[in-house]
Write a protein of this length. Structure first.
Length: 386
């Protein structure tokens, strides 16, 4: 935000102010005009194919989903019409379906967790070419996953007493014994979701509190350097002792980021009344937590938005997914419909950065303007007499 810091007050006369706007040096116009965080509203619903389990988004914005071992792909972005694409080779997927489906960052690969297979104990992670579906199943436990790069997949795993995160090398030559080092250990409960932000930081959480001391829904962040070191044989990260507590929400499931860097969280807590909604945590609040301001307050609506598009049902446990192409959020509970949240946009659609800045200036009283950034990261403008 142009270098403004907490409790810093900057005063500008009109000439200096206009020069500053022209140089784009003292604020970020898009942030002043609108944020997707505050703009998301319910847009529509659509149905996945009957029996569909996990789903994700292809590089072109189309949705891909699994019905047991059969892959279905949206015929056109936004059409909500799906066509059979192919069958995963040699798949052992149990009656409850796959645990996850993740498209790689470049769109060239698809990773699938088999959820323990028919026996519920034979855990495998399949990695397949997006075009041909040729691939291999690796012996690896998993609950959720996120791609680091084209060669590595982080996996959350473990039982209800001690969760872990591993880093699977999907180029491993021996699928029965793949390179899959533990990079985070000691989660005091069940494994939760896993995600990486734009700077490569690893986010994961406690899915169901056990020994603790972290509680259900505790989401912590770990620096990319620590993650990389653990992947290379360095110290394993201790979930309870290391990293930064970002927020405690739901069951820390369906972790991921939208295009603004807002964190979405799904799931729910059986032991406490913390369910029946999906949450979005503001990027600025996450940044403050990472800078040492303490975890985000989950009850603060300026920092955490809660969505429950199916209000008549008070037992929803939502999964959440962001579509980086369309800018939409998808919420789904169980085998129900997918609820779409779309950002309505700024007050003047397609306004340029300069136009947005000028618009803001026009509504301010002439004279000296003082800008204050409060603890929530908002800009306060106060106009004095000319």
């Amino acid at each position: 935000m142009g270098g403004l810091t907490h409790r810093t007050v900057c005063c500008f006369s009109w000439p200096v102010l206009l020069a500053g706007v022209g140089a784009a040096a003292w604020w970020h116009p898009a942030r002043v005009c609108a944020e997707d965080f505050s703009e998301y509203q319910f847009s529509r619903t659509f149905e996945l194919p009957e029996g569909a389990g996990p789903f994700d988004v292809l590089a072109d914005g189309r949705i891909v989903t699994l019905v047991s071992d059969e892959l279905f792909v949206e015929e056109a972005e936004g059409s909500a019409t799906f066509a059979f694409y192919g069958t995963l080779p040699a798949a052992d997927i149990g009656p409850f379906g796959a645990s996850f489906l993740r498209v790689s960052l470049d769109g060239g690969q698809i990773a699938v967790g088999n959820n323990g297979g028919v026996s519920f104990t034979d855990f495998e992670v399949g990695v397949f070419d997006s075009s041909t579906l040729a691939g291999v199943w690796f012996d690896a436990e998993s609950f959720d996953a996120a791609w680091i790069d084209a060669s590595h997949l982080v996996l959350s795993a473990g039982d209800f007493s001690s969760g872990v995160v591993t880093a699977l090398d999907v180029t491993s030559s021996d699928p029965a014994n793949p390179v899959n080092p533990t990079i985070v250990a000691g989660i005091g409960g069940a494994s939760g979701g896993v995600a990486l932000d734009a700077k490569g930081r690893l986010f994961t959480g406690n899915g169901f509190a056990g020994a603790g001391p972290s509680g259900t829904g505790a989401v912590k962040a770990f620096d990319a350097a620590a993650r990389s070191a653990a992947m290379s044989g360095g110290p394993i990260i201790d979930f309870e002792a290391d990293g930064t507590l970002v927020v405690e929400l739901l069951s820390a499931a369906s972790l991921g980021f939208d295009g603004e860097g807002n964190l979405h969280v799904g799931g729910g807590d059986f032991g406490e009344p913390d369910a029946d909604y999906a949450a979005l945590v503001r990027a600025g609040a996450i940044g403050e937590a990472l800078a040492g301001a303490g975890p985000v307050d989950p009850s603060d609506p300026l920092d955490v938005r809660r969505f429950d598009p199916d209000e008549p049902d008070d037992a929803n446990f939502y999964t959440v997914l962001s579509n980086g192409v369309t800018g939409e959020l998808y919420l789904r509970s169980g085998a129900g419909p997918v609820y779409v949240l779309a950002a309505s946009g700024s007050a003047i659609p397609a306004a340029s950065a300069w136009g947005c800045a000028v618009m803001t200036l026009c509504v301010l009283t002439a004279g000296t303007i003082a800008l204050r950034r409060d603890r929530k990261g908002a800009i306060r403008a106060m106009a004095g007499a000319a």
